[in-house]
Design a binder for this molecule. Structure first.
Ligand code: PEP
Length: 254
């Protein structure tokens, strides 16, 4: 089953105008050089830079995504951003359920599911993040936790065309640590089975499951070559053009 790898950058709460524009322009320039890239590219800057980054990416095959979204379309939700607002800015993707939001903002599976559903209903693709903490991993609960998160956070309207799952072990994010390649493949294969139960085999076979957590140019080749790994969600290394593109250069069509 050919799944085109997705190389996605999560800039988190980093970059002001000048640096963010320079980074986006740098990525755009490198992606243009690839001509017909073998993978899809996505960058998810903070809300404040979406408009500028959209302009900086002009003419390059790089999608624009946000890092969060509200499930309502408008109204009394101070500080929140709606799916329509994201579309208005040129976003085609949005990350939901990142572990930093699950932890810092106490986001539940139910809330993540509502956000993903609203995003999809309004024509955005949802990148739904899941992953276990170190305690859960040490207790042998990785697959259980991921299963519950998928069942609870992936909405009924999810399909392979509108949804990407990102498996991000919480203990691997920003730490320089990664699971072994064998562990990553085991979890991804288990995730695909749960997706098959929930959304059918057709969706499961086509749905992209990204790995995220300390992906670097040095470990990308091994991770991206795994049969059930369909790209990467990249935090720290997405803030440097060379690192982001270095990771992308290891992606291959499966
Ligand atoms: C992330 O937070 O999505 C992430 C994968 O971060 P890092 O690559 O820095 O571990």
């Amino acid at each position: 089953m050919a799944r085109k790898p997705l190389i996605a950058g999560n800039w988190k709460m980093n970059m002001l105008s000048a640096d963010g524009t320079a980074l986006a322009k740098g990525v755009a320039t490198e992606v243009k050089k690839l001509g017909k890239p073998e993978c899809e590219f996505l960058v998810c800057p903070p809300f404040t830079l979406l408009s500028q980054v959209k302009k900086a990416l002009r003419g390059a095959k790089v999608a624009l995504g946000a890092q969060d979204v509200h499930f309502n379309l408008k109204g009394a939700h101070t500080g929140d951003i709606s799916p329509l607002m994201l579309k208005d800015l040129g976003c085609t993707y949005v990350i939901v359920g990142h572990s930093e939001r699950r932890a810092d903002h106490k986001e539940s599976n139910e809330l993540v599911c509502k956000k993903a559903q609203a995003a999809i209903e309004n024509g955005l693709k949802a990148v739904i993040c899941i992953g276990e903490t170190l305690e859960e991993r040490d207790a042998g609960k990785t697959i259980d936790v991921c299963t519950k998160q998928i069942l609870g956070s992936v909405p009924e309207n999810a399909t392979a065309a509108n949804t990407v799952i990102a498996y991000e072990p919480v203990w691997a994010i920003g730490t320089g640590k990664t699971p072994t390649a064998a562990d990553v493949e085991d979890v991804h294969a288990a995730i695909r089975k749960v997706v098959a139960k929930k959304l059918g085999k057709g969706n499961a076979n086509k749905m992209r499951i990204l790995y995220g957590g300390s992906v670097k140019p040095g470990n990308a080749k091994e991770l991206l070559a795994l049969p059930d790994v369909d790209g990467a969600l990249i935090g720290g290394a997405s803030l440097k053009v060379e690192d982001f593109m270095g990771i992308a250069s290891k992606a291959c069509v499966k």
